[in-house]
Design a protein around this ligand. Structure first.
Ligand code: UD1
Length: 364
């Protein structure tokens, strides 16, 4: 008999995390993965294009919750997912990452006594202002199995009093996605289509509310990007949140007209990684991109005061920065004044296999 597991997909960064797991579970004869898309991200270029890229089938369920305040979104996912769980409960629910849907599905499943496994457990920014930090803490507190990407995750969980038996260090699943798609990523032509020279441009992704929701901060960000673009061309695939705010605050025309800046729509996974792998530097406030740049040994300037992924600072190529410090750090990269990273333990493209082995051994 094949055991059924729900894989929760919700927002763009989740799709690359469930893809390697979906493919590995589909290949095993003892388990069946069922994809539940909550609909937190719904634009074609934030969702469908990633499913296509990653070879994922259409979701078995789509809750279509869409956007809203934190409580609206979290509540809507809980209500919709509970109905599915009551109709056909899985053997366990597997959640990934730290978005609102992650915590919502965890709560809905646990209240029905359905086991929950959290992939990418234990990460902590220690920043309570960050909505994802709340999602991470709550999800880890009540999940049954905690799969960590790096050993700082294990330490954080143990400090919080988690029973060590619940924790398994499996490594970083994002590297599995890259290795699964490496051939296609290396064949992309995004860079030449944008008229960029190899290793002579920067890729910028910014979407955190703390950077893009307040006018004053967004103005300083636009200025720092314009100043940085005088040193090296920058390409900005814009997240819908950032696009909306640039338009609302009347900053879009200024940014678009700046020399050295190219604005694009969000780019799908394969084309985006193709662009990143040949970049001189990346400027971001994303979580996953801090890890991908460490994997690819590309300098990453993270415009945040903290990170839940400290291993990218201690072992990788990542540097936290204030917005005002951005042009100076760009100069450092261009002068070759950047540390060379090393690869964190178990970031080897074989995490999905370890997850499945762990699941199997725990089920006996
Ligand atoms: C969410 C996650 C964040 C993750 C990010 C990746 C939470 C709290 N945040 O942030 O951790 O880093 O995804 O992208 O879960 N929108 C669209 N189309 C879409 C999706 C969003 O237009 O397909 C717009 C809507 O105006 C929406 C806004 O973007 O209100 C924000 O979307 P939301 O899912 O609430 O948060 P993100 O900023 O994407």
């Amino acid at each position: 008999m094949s055991l059924v597991f729900h894989l929760i997909a919700a927002a763009r960064p989740n799709f690359m995390k469930i893809a390697p797991l979906y493919h590995a579970m589909s290949a095993a004869d003892w388990c069946t993965p069922i994809i539940v898309h909550t609909g937190q991200h719904y634009d074609a270029n934030m969702s469908d294009s990633f499913f296509d890229d990653l070879g994922l089938p259409a979701p078995n369920f789509n809750l279509e919750v869409g956007s809203g305040t934190h409580a609206e979104q979290t509540g809507a996912v809980m209500i919709a997912y509970e109905k599915i769980l009551m109709e056909a409960p899985p053997c366990a629910t597997i959640v990934v990452g730290d978005v609102n849907s992650t915590v919502a599905c965890t709560l809905a499943a646990k209240k029905l006594c359905i086991p929950v496994c959290h992939l990418e457990a234990g990460l902590r920014s220690r920043d309570p202002q960050m909505p994802e930090e709340i999602n991470r803490i709550v999800t880890d507190a009540i999940s049954d199995i905690l799969w960590t990407p790096s050993l700082d995750g294990n330490e954080n969980l143990l400090k919080e009093g988690v029973d060590p038996d619940r924790i398994t260090f499996v490594g970083n699943i994002m590297m599995d996605s890259y290795e699964l798609m490496r051939t296609q990523i290396e064949a992309t032509t995004t860079r030449t289509e944008l008229n960029l020279e190899k290793n002579m441009y920067g890729v910028v992704t910014l979407h955190r509310p703390s950077n893009v929701d307040t006018k004053e901060i967004l103005v300083s960000l636009v200025d720092a990007l314009k100043s940085s673009a005088t040193k090296i061309p920058l390409v900005l695939p814009l997240h819908p949140r950032t696009r909306k705010n640039l338009i609302n605050y009347h900053l879009m025309d200024d940014l678009r007209a700046a020399p050295g800046i190219q604005i694009t729509e969000p780019i799908n996974y394969i084309r985006f990684m193709g662009l990143v792998r040949e970049a001189a530097l990346v400027i971001t406030d994303s979580g996953g991109i801090q890890e991908e740049t460490t994997y690819l040994d590309i300098p990453c300037i993270t415009l945040r005061p903290n990170t839940e992924r400290p291993i990218t600072l201690t072992e990788g190529t990542n540097q936290l920065a204030k917005i005002s410090e951005l042009p100076g750090y760009v100069d450092d990269v261009l002068m070759g004044n950047w540390r060379k990273g090393s690869l964190p333990n178990l970031w080897d493209g074989r995490t999905a296999g370890r997850v499945i082995e762990d699941l199997k051994s725990r089920l006996g």
